[in-house]
Design a protein around this ligand. Structure first.
Ligand code: SF4
Ligand code: SF4
Length: 165
């Protein structure tokens, strides 16, 4: 795993969407499969080195961009420090902010069907979580592979967003 990915993950290891356990609000809805969120989590390149003992990793192509990726299908709950980056930043998703001319995060439109926090917008989340998620995606954009994968993730979400508005 490269240093930017390690640092990005470390930024989110101990900070959560709310300062309390939001999983109690929804019985961890984001860990359950549904029509919009799908039934597995795409791994950031390098995360396949983690021991995902609670699930199974398979090769996939992202549906819109056809980017090859690894995907984790969970059959049990996990420790926060080992979960994929995508789970660590949920319900946020990376996007490139033209206004800031930098990578940033916004509410993941695909999360609206499952996550009760989406109703309150980004401002309703723990500010430290949002700040660290933004710093984390900026760190990930420092490598070419990281930026390419951020672009793919952002594209997947933005296509969903266009069709759901
Ligand atoms: S669905 Fe939202 S509120 Fe529920 S555990 Fe996931 S992030 Fe927290
Ligand atoms: S890796 Fe953990 S947080 Fe992510 S979906 Fe699986 S069980 Fe939930």
């Amino acid at each position: 795993m490269n240093e930017p990915l390690k640092k990005a993950r470390a930024l989110l290891e101990n900070v959560t969407p709310l300062t309390t356990d939001c999983g109690l609000l929804c019985e961890c809805a984001c860990c359950k499969a549904d029509e919009d969120s799908g039934d597995s989590v795409w791994l950031f390149p390098g995360e396949e080195e983690i021991d995902f003992f609670w699930g199974e990793v398979t090769d996939v192509l992202l549906p819109v961009t056809k980017t090859p990726a690894k995907s984790l299908y969970c059959t049990d709950f996990c420790p926060r420090e080992s979960r994929p980056f995508q789970c660590m930043i949920f319900p946020l998703v990376p996007y490139f902010s033209n206004k800031k001319n930098a990578w940033s995060v916004r509410m993941d439109r695909r999360a609206f069907a499952v996550c009760p926090l989406t109703a309150y917008g980004k401002k309703g989340l723990n500010p430290e979580f949002v700040e660290n998620a933004e710093k984390a995606v900026q760190l990930l954009s420092e490598t070419e592979t990281g930026e390419r994968f951020l672009e793919a993730l952002a594209r997947e979400e933005s296509v969903y967003r266009e069709f759901s508005l």
